[in-house]
Design a binder for this molecule. Structure first.
Ligand SMILES: [Fe+2]
Length: 326
């Protein structure tokens, strides 16, 4: 792994970062045990995960008696690799062709052998950077050891020149951060890092989850976006308009599973979003900002998919002028 990240650790304020991280962890832990969903402007409400799980169990029973369950499980394991070309007029020239492997919503406890399937699907691809946009597990509480085993397998078997960046999703807890960093995933918790190449640089900004655990820090950390070419990593598309207003160039997210169980044509029955419903899947634009909502690799609730598939994305950044010259 090339050590090309420049982050706040190297700017002489490591102690302040530690204190900030500790304050964040204490606040996040309180929100986790509270089982409440925190939204912008201090709005709070019960999240309905347990009710949803009950609904899913009824749905699973219906699938079993109708004979569709196993087809849904096969669909869920049919993970596809997609490559996207994303063109930006202001991309620093040396980042033309920079490739980003984007994994989201692994839910490693939801399906057997998922980490191995991911590695097999990626195959021989070597990328410049791998980003993980949250939801490494399905359960909201409890031990994470088995999740870390799966993540460690991914880190050991994915070839990424500049390493791994990660953020937390709404299924993840604050205790996952340290073990993930120990295995080599740089966790962006409302913080930024720079990647440099040939004297130029791009900025990655990672927020904590804003679907269950919104805090104003998630919004404030997007403020430096206007200073550099910036890629935001946010678990869900719910900050789309604010990120665009702050000058983010590319917004990478997941969370929705592209609906997971959809009507024909991929029309989602449930999107699990408080806002940004139009951006529940695929490549989109909002103003000058581009975004990609990854359909995710895994499943949550029950391990089935209908009329949508799990996906692993490789984004190829293209500069408009460089592209025209070629
Ligand atoms: Fe999520």
């Amino acid at each position: 792994m090339e050590d090309t990240f420049r982050n706040i650790h190297e700017t002489g304020v490591e102690k302040r970062l530690i204190n900030r991280r500790q304050i964040w962890a204490a606040n996040r832990f309180w929100m986790e045990v509270d089982n409440m969903k925190t939204k912008r402007y201090g709005n709070r409400g019960r999240h309905h995960w347990q009710a949803l799980l009950t609904l899913m169990r009824v749905f699973k029973f219906c699938l079993r008696i109708s004979g569709c369950y196993h087809r849904g499980v096969r669909n869920a394991m049919d993970i596809r690799l997609r490559e996207l070309d994303l063109t930006f007029p202001d991309l620093p020239k040396s980042f033309h062709g920079f490739s980003i492997l984007h994994l989201s919503d692994l839910h490693l406890d939801g399906s057997e052998g998922l980490a191995e399937s991911i590695v097999a699907t990626i195959g021989d691809h070597e990328v410049d950077l791998c980003v993980l946009t949250g939801d490494y597990r399905t359960k909201l509480h409890g031990v994470n050891k088995h999740i870390m085993t799966g993540l460690s397998y991914l880190v050991d078997n994915i070839r990424s020149r500049h390493g791994f960046l990660g953020i937390l999703g709404n299924h993840d807890d604050c205790h996952m951060v340290n073990p993930m960093e120990k295995m080599g995933i740089q966790m962006l918790i409302n913080s930024t890092c720079l990647i440099e190449k040939e004297g130029e640089r791009i900025q990655f900004i990672g927020t904590d989850d804003v679907h269950y655990y919104y805090t104003d820090q998630a919004l404030h950390c997007l403020e430096p976006a206007e200073n550099e070419f910036s890629i935001a990593l946010v678990h869900s598309p719910e900050l789309f308009d604010l990120a665009a207003a702050m000058g983010v160039d590319l917004y990478l997210c997941g969370h929705t599973h592209a609906g997971q169980v959809c009507l024909p044509g991929g029309v989602a029955l449930l999107k699990h979003l408080n806002r940004g419903h139009a951006y529940y899947r695929g490549h989109w634009r909002h103003g000058e900002m581009q975004g990609v909502t990854n359909a995710g690799v895994g499943t949550s609730g029950i391990p089935v998919r209908f009329n949508t598939r799990g996906e692993i994305l490789i984004h190829h950044l293209r500069g408009q002028e460089t592209r025209a010259e070629n």
